[in-house]
Design a protein around this ligand. Structure first.
Ligand code: ADP
Length: 342
């Protein structure tokens, strides 16, 4: 598809260049031949004047100078022919040069579109793959239970509860997919909004509190008063993703710590846990969409879809910040986010 688009675009570029070049050549040819014809006409007038009045308009040489130079009409015809040939050769060269250049330019113009389309295709393929598994499970349980004539009310309730959990997971997945698509779309939007870091942090800690409580995980926070150039909603979402992971991937009765300090013109936020850690082999991939660490290695069954860190990374990039990670298996993980101060 892209090759044919590239060829079409090349053809359009060449067509435009050739129309300009040929028009220019025609104009040059017309102007020059007009001037040469005018010269010939001028000379004819002089010749006529000479024959009518040879004393006033003499022919021949005087003092090494031609008094009335003569132009041979066959030379003029030859000049016109040579002009046509030369302009033809120049246009041919322009056609070949422009063709090559246009092909290169068409490739360059189409490259970002190609990357975007391929990215979208991969996104759709990944998303449908993620959706297929829970949907198939849901469908199978419903079908099996529907066919079971001895199904008791208690069993039916249990099935419905399981189905509801699956539907909830699907809802989270679709919300995350939508969020990722939005982040891809509005790259430079809302750059002017600011947020108070401590209030976003307080909100994020409030959101993850029930999960921390459930796992008896203590949360410590030392946040300096700073305003960052990120909208409050996005900042809270980013902090929730990091805190939620820190709790999810830590054993019970551990501590999760968040600190925020000023680093030049940036705020540095660190989220550290004493959890299962991430193996060195997985570290380069954890920000990839749908990437989940092998659960047998992470020490705990993962319920996520591998979208949280991808959303966090895109959010940070959108607001010209950075996100890095340091981790040691079985010892803990620290995510460091740097965001520009307002
Ligand atoms: P998920 O929804 O699966 O948590 P994420 O994109 O948030 O997806 O994380 C990707 C993977 O990175 C997770 O599957 C998990 O294995 C690993 N991970 C993220 N944060 C931590 C952490 N604090 N400690 C250990 N592993 C983590």
């Amino acid at each position: 598809m892209f090759n044919s688009a590239r060829l079409k675009l090349t053809a359009w570029y060449v067509l435009i260049i050739m129309v300009i070049s040929l028009s220019f050549s025609v104009v040059i040819y017309k102007v020059l031949t007009y001037e040469v014809d005018r010269l010939l006409a001028e000379q004819n007038i002089r010749l006529e004047q000479h024959f009518n009045n040879p004393d006033m308009f003499p022919l021949g040489m005087r003092g090494g100078r031609m008094l009335l130079p003569l132009i041979d009409p066959t030379l003029v015809e030859e000049l016109k022919q040579r002009l046509i040939t030369n302009l033809g050769i120049i246009n041919l060269l322009i056609f070949v040069g422009a063709g090559g250049l246009a092909f290169l330019l068409a490739g360059k113009t189409l490259h970002p579109i190609k990357v975007m389309v391929e990215e979208q295709k991969r996104f759709i393929a990944d998303a449908s793959h993620e959706l297929r598994t829970p949907l198939t499970a849901l469908k199978t349980t419903l079908e099996v239970n529907l066919r079971d004539h001895q199904l008791t009310l208690k069993e039916a309730r249990q099935t419905l509860a399981d189905n509801l959990a699956d539907v909830n997971r699907l809802q989270v997945l679709s919300n995350n997919l939508l969020r990722l698509a939005q982040l891809d779309e509005r790259r430079s939007a809302r750059q002017a909004e600011k947020a108070e870091l401590s209030s976003a942090m307080a909100e994020a800690l409030r959101i993850i509190k029930p999960l921390a409580k459930q796992k008896h995980i203590a949360t410590k926070s030392h946040v300096a008063a700073m305003t960052v150039r990120v909208p409050e909603r996005d900042l809270t979402e980013l902090l929730v993703i990091l805190l939620d992971n820190a709790i999810k991937y830590s054993p019970n009765k551990t501590t999760v710590e968040v600190t925020a300090t000023q680093h030049g013109s940036q705020a540095e936020i660190k989220v550290s846990d004493q959890g299962y850690g991430i193996a060195a082999a997985d570290l380069p991939h954890i920000f990839d969409r749908f990437y989940r660490v092998d659960t047998s290695r992470s020490g705990e069954g993962s319920t996520g879809h591998g979208l949280g860190l991808s959303i966090a990374n895109k959010t940070v990039q959108q607001y010209h910040g950075t996100i890095t990670v340091k981790s040691r298996p079985k010892q803990g993980t620290t995510f460091t986010v740097r965001l520009p101060l307002a």
